[in-house]
Design a binder for this molecule. Structure first.
Ligand code: OAD
Length: 235
């Protein structure tokens, strides 16, 4: 049977599309504090500030286009004879724009969520502090993104996928935010081969069997070419 590949992507894959990362020099978290914009407490304290932050990010994401790394993963998902599951921590829609299907573990900027009734709907370009829910009418609309202190989505499914994979690949993620940072250990415990593709060594590089260094727009298409020409996940 053909190899199953599970891929985790982070902000680094969208960097060359012009979307900033979080922890690199000049990253988002050097400009704003997590506790001011990305926690449930921040939203309770100052919903206008939090909505403004995500309105800004939604506008940036809407103006960005997928780069060769997103396109290469979509091609891999289409052409690899085995299963290719892409799990992303990114809240932009660039994987989908390239034609891929992805699991958004940290939610999506283009979705809204009602904190009162859990209804979800497409987010307007600009969300207001007291955004009304179209289902229940409560002024409780928030971005459908996972904040620090909240449980990421699809965790059970991801654990099962990791255990059953032949190869786990992490692309453009610093390995500093759990639970995603622990996927490499989960994969290793299950005897799954692991590969890291990143611009630089990350804090968790040593946990991977192999790593390749370079910009995602170059090393991801190169790796995908090797996988597709060899027919095996190992590339
Ligand atoms: P980080 O900003 O922590 O890490 C970005 C990673 O991308 C770093 O390891 C960089 O070396 C790498 N990188 C930068 N440019 C690259 C390029 N052109 N090609 C390849 N790699 C590149 O971003 P994440 O790991 O995605 O969560 O951050 C994880 C989570 O922390 C985010 O989902 C977000 C953030 O706080 C929430 O907001 C809940």
């Amino acid at each position: 049977m053909a190899d199953t590949i599970v891929i985790l992507t982070g902000a680094g894959i969208s960097a060359e599309s012009g979307l900033g990362t979080f922890r690199d020099t000049d990253g988002l978290w050097s400009k704003v504090r997590i506790e001011d914009v990305a926690t449930p407490e921040a939203f309770a304290r100052d919903p206008a500030r939090v909505q403004e932050f995500y309105n800004m990010r939604r506008a940036q994401a809407a103006g960005a286009a997928p780069n060769p790394a997103h396109h290469a993963l979509a091609r891999l998902q289409r052409d690899h004879p085995g299963r290719v599951v892409i799990v992303t921590q990114n809240v932009d829609g660039l994987h989908e724009a390239a034609g891929a299907t992805v699991l958004h573990m940290h939610g999506a900027l283009d979705r809204a969520l009602c904190a009162a009734c859990d209804h979800r709907w497409p987010a307007p370009a600009e969300m207001r502090p007291e955004e009304p829910c179209p289902a229940c009418g409560a002024p409780a609309g928030r971005p459908d993104v996972v904040w620090f202190g909240e449980m990421p989505h699809h965790m059970e499914e991801i654990a099962e996928l990791l255990a059953a994979a032949d190869l786990f690949v992490a692309i453009g993620t610093s390995g500093q935010v759990y639970p995603a940072a622990g996927f490499v250990q989960e994969a290793r415990l299950a005897g799954v081969e692991t590969l890291e593709l990143n611009l630089a060594e990350s804090d968790v590089s040593a946990a991977f069997d192999r790593h390749e260094i370079g910009p995602a727009s170059e090393i991801v298409p190169d790796w995908v070419d090797r996988v597709l020409s060899g027919g095996r996940a190992r590339g």
